[in-house]
Ligand binder design. Structure first.
Ligand SMILES: NC(=O)c1ccc[n+]([C@@H]2O[C@H](COP(=O)([O-])OP(=O)(O)OC[C@H]3O[C@@H](n4cnc5c(N)ncnc54)[C@H](OP(=O)(O)O)[C@@H]3O)[C@@H](O)[C@H]2O)c1
Length: 293
């Protein structure tokens, strides 16, 4: 199997570059090597490599900045994704892509399933939805995984921000009325590798069905609950933290350029059923991440 991985320096991409290795030849390209702002060059790269599987971990993920960089967000999250899908179709490659709970408005009172109607609140969410739709329209074999609240030991994410802020400040105010499932980038990568194995054998016997699947940890919490657990684990490791107080605040007390859904919970029943996967609880994976090398 020849796998082209894009966005190899991101949270999920960095993990994928390692986790996909047992599957075959992995050509892992970062932003410098495959820049999604140059669509012709992106097309040429895919044609030259002629992969069996394309795994796209590249994305414009600056949710607030996207409000003032709409064209760039759409170029990377929708137009470039359309190129990947067109090339996947031409070359009969499987396209694996990641999307987000931000395609929803968060007004549902229970976890979202894959068939719920999207209604993004932000430019980022709109651009990711446009990417999903471009893939669906392409006719390529695809799997789109919607995930939530991604964290990793490296990179810019909530875990590292809380650890830094908790060592700098006495008190932190954290939003407590947005609910979701923090999901470890390594788990996403490992689940992806498992799924690709099955999908490729299904494609060989012409039993493969494309689709969108939710891929998140089990369990749920608020950003405030997530922060409390991060600080608790850091204390157990005897890390030096100044912070004594984590104040729960409402979203309205922390205005941001982009609106975020208050309910980010996604049901993973469909994915678990088709690919025989078990979703680990977010607390377990956070512990593994904080203790990882
Ligand atoms: N992070 C979350 O909480 C979250 C939640 C739900 C869904 N997702 C989705 O999950 C996927 C993986 O996200 P992540 O957390 O791994 O994101 P990330 O850490 O921000 O990684 C995104 C990668 O895309 C690369 N990239 C940005 N602009 C690019 C361009 N013009 N050309 C090529 N590459 C470019 C970045 O390059 P540099 O390293 O050079 O910046 C980075 O390596 C994305 O599809 C994202 O939308 C993420």
């Amino acid at each position: 199997m020849k796998i082209l991985l894009t966005g190899s320096n991101g949270q999920v991409g960095w993990e994928l570059a390692r986790t996909l290795l047992p599957l075959g030849e992995v050509i892992a390209l970062n932003r410098e090597q495959a820049n999604f702002t140059n669509l012709d060059e992106l097309r040429r790269i895919i044609e030259d490599i002629s992969p069996t599987v394309i795994v796209n971990a590249a994305a414009y993920t600056a949710v607030d900045k996207a409000e003032s960089e709409r064209d760039l967000a759409f170029l990377i999250n929708a137009q470039a994704v359309a190129v990947l899908a067109e090339e996947a179709k031409k070359q009969n490659a499987l396209l694996i892509h990641y999307s987000t709970d931000y395609v929803f408005d968060g007004t549902k009172s229970t976890p979202y399933d894959e068939d719920d109607i999207p209604n993004p609140l932000s430019v980022y969410g709109e651009s990711k939805l446009a990417g999903e739709r471009a893939i669906q329209a392409s006719g390529a074999d695809y799997l789109i995984f919607r995930t939530t609240w991604v964290f990793a030991a490296r990179g810019q994410n909530f875990v590292n921000s809380i650890l830094r802020l908790a060592s700098e400040r006495e008190e932190l105010n954290i939003v407590a009325d947005q609910i979701g499932a923090p999901t470890w980038a390594r788990f996403i990568a490992e689940a992806t590798a498992h799924i690709i194995r099955q999908a490729e054998s299904e494609r060989k016997t012409e039993n493969f069905i494309s689709g969108i699947y939710n891929l998140t940890s089990a369990g749920e919490t608020s950003w405030h609950g997530f922060a409390e657990e991060i600080v608790k684990m850091a204390r157990q490791q005897n890390r030096e933290l100044k912070n004594r107080l984590l104040n729960p605040i409402p979203t309205t007390a922390y205005p941001t350029p982009a609106k975020r859904p208050s309910n980010s919970r996604l049901s993973t029943q469909r994915l678990m059923g088709r690919f025989t996967l078990v979703m680990p609880n977010w607390v377990e994976t956070l512990r593994l991440c904080v203790n990882a090398d």
